[in-house]
Design a protein around this ligand. Structure first.
Ligand code: SF4
Length: 224
């Protein structure tokens, strides 16, 4: 059941503060800034990537490098802006040297993503890349096989479309992946307009898991 936008936005700001101070896993020790995510606190479309990179860690913002610029272009291509969506990651703190996230780090951080989903109430969660897709769908099917095909899942107590997409960083490296990513993006508007089907079985969430410091006031307008 949806609650009105303002209390959810306030709770999201509280969660942002909690994440900014989080010491639940060892990654807190090496980060410059936690990257909570940014965008529209009431977005219908939530993008989820893997973890912050070096520039994200410096700025405390998600997808700010070349991959982020591509994401912006792809959004423009379907008539959307970054302010229309919310963008975050599975992990909120940068793994050293961009190594793969460890299971215990994912488990420690997962409740934050769950809470973000509960507060933002997206209809479509677009997973960016193999890592986020496998974690959120709970399946080992790789991104090459499942990209562009919407799935219906219950996650964090909400029924949502999961829409697997190639990671923009992969598209920067391989032109054919970019073509595919553009093609899959082009179907996002119609997916956003589609009614969500009811889940028939007791959903058995695809995701068992899942499970928030203070920054300058200027960062609180991360959420439009
Ligand atoms: S990665 Fe997540 S759980 Fe680990 S310190 Fe950062 S915010 Fe906390």
């Amino acid at each position: 059941m949806s609650t009105s936008a303002e209390p959810r936005r306030e709770a999201l700001v509280e969660l942002y503060r909690e994440v900014s101070d989080c010491t639940r896993c060892p990654l807190h020790a090496g980060r410059t800034k936690a990257v909570f995510g940014s965008g529209n606190a009431d977005a219908e479309l939530l993008f989820v990537g893997e973890a912050p990179g070096a520039e994200e860690d410096r700025q405390g913002l998600p997808f700010v490098g070349r991959a982020g610029q591509l994401l912006n272009q792809l959004l423009e291509g379907i008539g959307m802006r970054r302010e229309d969506v919310f963008i975050g990651n599975i992990l909120k703190s940068r793994p050293p040297g961009n190594r793969d996230p460890q299971p215990e780090e994912i488990d420690a951080c997962w409740p934050y993503l769950e809470r973000q989903i509960q507060l933002i109430e997206p209809r479509v969660i677009a997973t960016l890349g193999n890592f986020a897709t496998k974690r959120i769908t709970g399946s080992q099917v790789g991104i090459t096989r499942c990209c562009g095909t919407p799935q219906v899942h219950e996650i964090a107590g909400r029924t949502v479309f999961i829409y697997p997409l190639f990671h923009p960083a992969a598209a920067l490296r391989t032109p054919s992946v970019l073509d595919r990513l553009r093609e899959d993006f082009s179907r996002l508007p119609s997916l956003l307009a589609e009614p969500l089907p009811e889940l028939e079985a007791p959903a058995g969430s695809a995701n068992e898991p899942v499970g928030a410091r203070r920054d300058p006031a200027s960062q609180l307008d991360l959420f439009g």
